[in-house]
Design a binder for this molecule. Structure first.
Ligand code: AMP
Length: 633
């Protein structure tokens, strides 16, 4: 079927971008009266903090200087955000979100005006019209993107969704909307969990920089953001300055950068207010590494001399400047580490002033939550916003919800959004989760046309709860990446289905055996084809446990096509293959070698034949396998 992807246009850089490629569920907008205001909490913000009474309750807010440099070019509401005050940011958000329809029309008008001179738009016959109807009538295809304003650089998407990175234009507007969403979600977070002046232990990394044929710099979207002055100013405004110097963030060797992030975090341990990364995987990975290098880190701090493992001169020079012999800090870290039981609660123990752990924890990050909770102990986990290299989509304005329930309020002035309603296909017999239902796409609809309570929508799916139209901006819940589907014949299982199956089966593994990471492959080299699930485990599991897990996996795929095919033997028994420890690290390194960045890395949950290198890495690391007997021997 040809899909009418006019846009998910997200900033001035485009009116015709490729779809983001995710399924989402739509929720009613947050009731603005439901915010819990904390009273009587002490602010540690120093001179720039002030207490205020609000209309609703006694609340608190911080007033900080804004970093926005050139507001002249910004659309409507962004202009008003020059003075950064938490209360203003929240009020601004509430005004915007209540009037989402008008905001969308204005945003589209603004995008079309800014780009009116672009050859691409000229050729579509819009003739200066900037209303949604003309836009829908004239802009219908997936032609290359051209913009009215200069593209400052190119963002490379992670490439973990479709196998290879997409090249997406990046410009100042995208940078501004990134800062807007950072500030918005921070304002909501800070209302629940105020942080003091201090630093953030951020596990963030830049990708390699390449130059396109046209002479533009291309790197991941997060690298484009980290490299900007605005990012630094905004991080300062929201009291989240990174502990590590730039040389660490932009270092050419990820392992060395990771070691130094940990070291800098420990050097500034008293000041650290938050622990964060773009995607939660990086935090779990960092503490997995910490378990192995903590003694070396202690030695560096004790002696004031950086480990010889750091060989990149720029990183050595920058980190050495921060390092002084500090035996008492080294002793206290050492004492914490030897006292901990299996590293439970290491984060609050080593960073006693940290208020929460922050990063994207939804979607393909959910499988890492268990480990993250283990490291975070008593600290709350807060899921970060929803976006893509193409542009931001929504802010998490209910930060106290557990990550599994996180929703994202679509910011109606940072892009023009369309949703593709998905309708159930006729053949549905078994009970299914949202993600296992097969959908037929309807015509795209606008942001305020999505309905709560009816069957599916999307950027890509939404399911609504109450059947009412939404005048305000909707909140959506991320379901899964739509293009990732495990399929042999008529069966179809999404990454969410795989995740649920793995979660169910992992429960059968003994207490001490954890599924560190997983992926899958549809093996059609056998007759009939069958699903192969790869597991990396924290330690060895018995044959018996693996057999039980394998059967459970097989039975957990409840998609009608799969169950039917398994029953009649059109799909063979599911195979569970256990891979050596470190296999998924090797896969990560493979992607880094291709120019990906750790900051945007998402483990591919399906590995097709075209992804032969990853498939080879998996195959050569298999240490054992077992076949399901769930549908008979
Ligand atoms: P990239 O391909 O590097 O541009 O990454 C964008 C993709 O990351 C999105 O299409 C989503 O699949 C995923 N993503 C981004 N933010 C979130 C989030 N908050 N929850 C789940 N997935 C996300």
């Amino acid at each position: 079927m040809t899909r009418r992807h006019r846009s998910v246009a997200c900033n001035n850089c485009s009116v015709s971008l490729s779809p983001v490629g995710d399924y989402a569920v739509v929720f009613p907008p947050a009731g603005s009266g439901s915010w819990k205001w904390k009273t009587g909490r002490k602010l540690e913000g120093g001179g720039s903090a002030e207490r205020k009474e609000t209309d609703r309750d006694k609340g608190e807010s911080l007033t900080l200087a804004c970093s926005r440099s050139n507001p002249g070019d910004l659309p409507f509401n962004l202009r008003k955000m020059r003075v950064f005050s938490l209360e203003n940011v929240i009020n601004e958000f509430e005004v915007l979100s209540k009037d989402a329809g008008r905001q969308q029309t204005e945003t589209l008008r603004w995008i079309l005006e800014q780009n009116g001179e672009a050859e691409y738009l000229q050729s579509l016959g819009l003739a200066g019209r900037t209303d949604p109807e003309s836009f829908k009538a004239c802009v219908l295809d997936t032609s290359p993107v051209l913009t009215g304003k200069p593209i400052t650089s190119i963002s490379l998407s992670s490439g973990t969704t479709q196998g290879k990175p997409k090249f997406v234009p990046f410009n100042d507007e995208l940078l501004q909307s990134t800062m807007q969403i950072y500030c918005t979600s921070f304002a909501f977070r800070n209302r629940e969990y105020p942080i003091g002046n201090g630093k953030a232990l951020q596990f963030i990394y830049s990708s390699k920089r390449v130059t396109t044929k046209g002479g533009l710099t291309a790197r991941t979207a997060t690298s484009n953001v980290f490299q900007s002055e605005q990012f630094k100013h905004t991080m300062k405004d929201i009291q989240s300055q990174c502990c590590s110097p730039d040389e660490v963030i932009f270092g050419p060797d990820f392992q060395q950068s990771l070691y130094c992030h940990l070291l800098c975090g420990l050097i500034f341990s008293d000041e650290v207010q938050t622990i964060s990364s773009t995607f939660a995987h990086s935090i779990v990975h960092a503490f997995g590494t910490f378990e192995h290098v903590w003694e070396e880190l202690c030695a560096d701090i004790r002696e004031g001399v950086l480990s010889s493992r750091i060989t990149v001169p720029s990183i050595r020079a920058a980190v050495s400047k921060l390092l002084r012999p500090n035996p008492s800090l080294a002793d206290s870290i050492h004492n914490v580490c030897v006292r901990l039981s299996n590293w439970y609660g290491v984060i609050p123990e080593l960073w006693p002033n940290a208020k929460y752990v922050y990063g994207i924890m939804t979607g393909s990050m959910e499988p890492y939550l268990k480990k993250l909770r283990h490291y975070a102990g008593s600290l709350p986990l807060m899921s970060a916003d929803y976006g893509s290299s193409e542009g931001w989509i929504g802010a998490n304005v209910n930060p106290s919800l557990p990550p599994e329930l996180a929703t994202f309020a679509v910011l109606p002035n940072i892009g023009y959004f369309e949703f593709i309603p998905l309708e159930k296909s006729e053949v549905q017999d078994l009970e299914k989760s949202a993600s296992t239902i097969h959908y037929i796409e309807a015509e795209p609809i606008g942001l305020t046309e999505v309905e709560v309570g009816k069957e599916p929508v999307s950027i890509q799916v939404g399911r609504h709860r109450e059947g009412s139209r939404l005048p305000s901006t909707p909140e959506i819940q991320f379901v899964c990446r739509r293009s990732l589907v495990l399929s042999i014949n008529i069966d179809k299982n999404t990454e969410k289905d795989l995740q649920l199956a793995v979660e169910a089966a992992a429960l059968l593994a003994e207490e001490k055996v954890e599924v560190v990471d997983f992926t899958s492959h549809a093996d059609t080299s056998t007759e009939p084809g069958h699903y192969v699930i790869y597991w990396e485990l924290s330690c060895d599991a018995t044959e018996e446990v693996l057999r039980a897990c394998c059967n459970c996996l097989d039975l957990s795929f409840v998609d009608a096509g799969y169950v039917g095919s398994r029953k009649v033997g059109a799909i063979g028994p599911l195979e569970l293959r256990v891979v050596r420890r470190g296999t998924f690290q090797t896969i990560l390194h493979h992607y880094l070698g291709l120019g990906a960045a750790v900051s945007q890395f998402k483990t591919p949950r399906f590995v097709g034949l075209s992804n032969s290198t990853v498939l080879q890495i998996l195959c050569r690391n298999v240490t054992g396998c077992t076949f399901s007997t769930a549908y008979g021997p």
